[in-house]
Design a protein around this ligand. Structure first.
Ligand code: LLP
Length: 427
């Protein structure tokens, strides 16, 4: 659904606007976000899950006030995981009861702000937090709706998953050893809390649905234990996010309606087997909604052919606007977008301007042999976890996010300036 096309002159347009004009008007590097595509993907998720389920967009992937408004208009809910994300959501008018508040170490101040605002749910991540949230809610004279995040012993990554009894990581309360059952016991006892469900998030960039199957089986197993022990059927389960997108042509992601169908069937089947009322299901896709909707537009500064190896193409950004290649060995593609070229494609590596040899944006690519300083190149699928994980390494200001729609472009997050950086330096 992305509105990207290449004109007869070789110039790529997005939402009807040539990238050459975007570069002129907004400078480079810049994240160019296709609003039409974003809304279409958000709507596809919303429609696929229907009125019996909820879709919480995971704000950590990318959050700004414009994005919050689009989500609100398209009927999605929002998952936030810090006071900063909560403030952004509230300031853009997302109704608090459509916000879920996550995190493994929410501060008491953050908890107080969330409870005061009236967020729809707080996802409890530890025994201490169960007590902490209950205490704040009582103090504020209210009952907070909560879910408990459990770890089900499923590690899912891309095309594989591993199901074990234990999971060695910081999030959630282990199902193993009866810890999750004990957490439920405590939460049910505290009158500041209204326990509405169980939460599980198994990983990210997942294509294989069988990890969700094992997770759902184990979560429903806990719901059954809870019913047997307490006589309570919890009304909700959240299966988290983590659905994969295509970074390169090697990836073949599933459509939201296939995912919705698969997840709904799994939960229904498991609940029938356990003779439980089917709970309301929610999911938290971040990457799958925003990832494909943006590309990063860079200008080539230098090209350096190394004999028998490859050409190093230096751009005006780098690991400060996309840390994923350096951090996760993530794969991206790249294309020349400001003109056409008949030159032979040669092995190339797109690197940034930072003082670090690991500052790589696209590790293995082919770019035309005549690529030259001044050319514009674009790296697709940078909508998720790029601007949101951007840094100021080497005091490089962070790029803007430009939203494009129906032939119009507008800045939704402005470019940082050196003045912005200096303002924080008060020594
Ligand atoms: N829900 C929970 C509880 C999560 O922890 C996450 C992601 C999501 C939802 C959204 O996952 P998504 O659908 O976007 O995969 N920085 C890494 C990804 C970290 C994801 C952390 N949690 C990356 O750039 O690949």
């Amino acid at each position: 659904s992305q509105t990207v096309a290449r004109g007869a002159d070789g110039v790529v347009t997005v939402g009807g606007i040539p990238v050459t004009r975007l570069a002129e008007e907004f400078g480079t590097p810049a994240y160019i976000l296709d609003e039409t595509d974003f809304r279409a993907r958000a709507r596809a998720w919303r429609t696929a899950f229907g009125p019996e389920a909820d879709v919480f967009y995971a704000g950590k992937a990318f959050l700004s006030r414009a994005v919050v408004r689009w989500l609100h208009e398209e009927g999605l809910n929002l998952d936030v995981c810090s006071g900063g994300e909560l403030a952004t959501a509230l300031s853009a008018g997302m109704p608090a009861d459509r916000i879920a508040f996550h995190g493994n170490n929410k501060s008491e101040d953050e908890i107080r702000r969330a409870v005061t605002a009236g967020v729809g749910r707080i996802v409890l991540d530890s025994f201490q937090e169960i007590v902490r949230v209950a205490h704040v809610a009582r103090e504020l004279g209210t009952r907070q709706r909560v879910q408990i995040r459990i770890t089900v012993g499923v590690e899912a990554h891309t095309h594989e998953f591993i199901a074990t009894a234990h999971e060695d990581q910081k999030f959630g309360i282990p199902l193993a050893g009866g810890q999750a059952a004990e957490a439920v016991r405590r939460a049910l006892r505290l009158d500041g809390l209204e326990l509405i469900g169980i939460h599980s998030h198994i990983g990210s960039q997942i294509f294989d649905m069988s990890g969700f199957e094992v997770a759902a089986h184990r979560v429903v197993g806990l719901l059954r234990e809870i019913r047997d022990e307490h006589g309570v059927e919890l009304p909700e389960i959240d299966l988290g996010g983590g659905l994969g997108i295509a970074y390169t042509s090697a990836d073949d992601p599933r459509e939201p309606h296939e995912i919705a169908k698969a997840l709904t069937e799994i939960v229904t089947r498991e609940c029938e087997a356990a003779r439980l009322r089917t709970p309301r299901v929610s999911v938290e896709p971040g990457r799958a909604i925003v990832g494909p909707t943006a590309f990063t537009l860079y200008r080539v500064g230098t090209t350096k052919p190394l004999d028998g190896l490859r050409t190093y193409v230096s751009v005006d950004g780098g690991m400060s606007d996309n840390i994923r290649t350096a951090l996760y060995d993530a794969e991206y593609s790249v294309a020349l977008v400001s003109r056409s070229s008949d030159a032979e494609p040669v092995p190339a590596r797109v690197v940034g301007k930072h003082c670090e040899s690991g500052d790589i944006v696209v590790k293995d690519a082919f770019l035309p042999a005549d690529l030259a300083p001044g050319d514009l190149i674009a790296v697709p699928a940078t909508g998720a976890y790029c601007r949101s994980m951007a840094s100021n390494y080497n005091h490089v200001p962070r790029p803007p996010v430009v939203a494009v729609r129906d032939g119009e472009a507008r800045v939704i997050v402005r470019r940082e300036t050196e003045e912005d950086l200096l303002r924080l330096d008060v020594g």
